[in-house]
Design a protein around this ligand. Structure first.
Ligand code: NAD
Ligand code: IPM
Ligand code: MN
Length: 365
């Protein structure tokens, strides 16, 4: 039996509610496909850990997590207790950088049975992936404050683009585009206004184009791109973006497909020198936390991405198929959560998907 060790970090808020649903679906899939998944759950990267220890992570976190094949993560952030930039730079952003998870892969698909906000759009009309640069760009710790408390008070935060950093994420995106049926890559830029880093990004996109002659490439300034996500989501196949632009696009995309609660993300170290991390796109959602109504689908879909990454594409497809089947039953037949116009709870929807994993025909996977 293939054995994988998975570190589970539920984090804060709805992270703690959707992770158990994700684990139930993963366990059902593992038993169906004869996979040995061993889960160890950690309480760090949470506001409660911060309250107890005054830090987000134990000093040996890197050594601890390095021993796992993957990290299954919920969400972190509880601004009432710890400022967001402190909790995020003290945990998730550390994981991404230390483990060189330089690709953040965020699929975006309008699924059968789900009502999106865009009129006239059918499943198949929206089916793209956002490839987000995940370790540099606008998320840099270079900068600071000077002349604090005076009229000359100045704050500065630099954007960093390295050739290695830009090229490696572009290559990943080109490879994805080369593999998908539409062979289409869209680059998010803002080289009309951000006059140093963004023209560099465009140059590197153009420099790589010759290596992928089968891929059609276009670029949009980010302002026009967000408009086109809403007006023409069918135009997109693979969208590659810098860290901040990718962050924004990967919330907007899922919103166009119905709800943020559906969206998964894979923080990948493609070289597999370090564990990759699988988490939903959404955060800890303090506005609905504790009510048991969070949509667990994004978290469960992450489990499918994790199985794929661990070398089990059939199990991954089976789990995704179970999600699709249950969503397709619609809110009257399945216990869909309120963001999907249903009356179900997190646990009920998680259970329905795990049950479907057990019963659905494997050949349909
Ligand atoms: P959020 O994603 O938590 O919530 C945005 C909105 O979407 C809220 O109205 C929320 O109720 C809704 N929503 C999110 N997930 C949902 C789900 N599964 N089902 C139903 N509705 C869902 O974003 P926010 O409010 O900006 O951030 C809240 C906290 O989470 C902050 O501390 C933020 O820093 C943190 N955050 C963490 C991550 C992460 O861990 N990867 C990602 C985003 C935000
Ligand atoms: C995400 C989140 C994080 C990001 C925050 C919480 C730092 O929004 O994973 O999309 O901006 O990367
Ligand atoms: Mn985000």
């Amino acid at each position: 039996m293939t054995q994988h060790r998975i570190a589970v970090i539920p984090g804060d808020g709805i992270g703690r509610e959707v992770v158990p649903a994700g684990l139930e679906a993963l366990e059902a899939t593992a038993s169906r496909f004869g996979l040995g998944l061993e889960f160890d759950t950690f309480d760090f990267a949470s506001a409660e850990y911060w309250q107890r220890h005054g830090t987000m992570l134990p000093s040996d976190w890197e050594e601890t997590l390095r021993g796992y094949d993957a990290i299954y993560f919920g969400a972190v952030g509880w601004p009432e207790v710890v400022p967001d930039h402190v909790s995020l730079w003290g945990s998730l952003l550390q994981f991404r950088r230390t483990f060189d998870q330089y690709v953040n892969l965020r699929p975006c698909r309008l699924l059968p049975g789900v009502r999106g906000p865009l009129a006239g759009r059918e499943p198949g009309d929206i089916d793209f992936i956002v490839v987000r640069e995940n370790t540099e760009g606008e998320y840099s710790s270079i900068g600071g404050r000077i002349f604090e408390g005076t009229e000359r008070e100045t704050v500065l935060q630099e954007t960093v683009m390295t050739r290695v950093g830009v090229d490696r994420v572009l290559r990943f995106a080109y490879e994805q585009a080369a593999r998908r049926p539409k062979n289409h890559l869209t680059s998010a830029t803002k080289s009309n206004g951000i006059s140093i880093t963004m023209p560099y990004w465009d140059e590197r996109v153009a420099a790589m184009q010759g290596q992928f002659p089968g891929v059609r490439v276009d670029k949009f300034h980010i302002d026009a791109l967000v408009a086109n996500f809403v007006l023409h989501p069918d135009w997109f196949d693979v969208v590659v973006a810098s860290n901040l632009f990718g962050d924004i696009l990967s919330d907007l995309g899922p919103a166009c497909t119905g709800t943020l609660g559906l969206a998964p993300s894979a923080n990948i170290n493609p070289e597999r020198d370090h564990p990759s991390l699988f988490e939903p796109v959404h955060g800890s959602a303090p506005d609905i936390a504790g009510r048991g109504i969070a949509n667990p689908v994004g978290q469960i879909w992450c489990g499918s991405m994790m199985l794929d990454h661990l070398g089990h594409p059939e199990a991954a497809a089976h789990l995704l198929g179970a999600i699709e089947d249950v969503l397709a039953y619609g809110p009257t037949e399945a216990p869909l959560t309120p963001d999907l116009q249903g009356k179900g709870t997190t646990a009920e929807l998680g259970q329905a998907i795990a049950d479907r994993v057990r019963t659905r025909d494997q050949a349909n996977a």
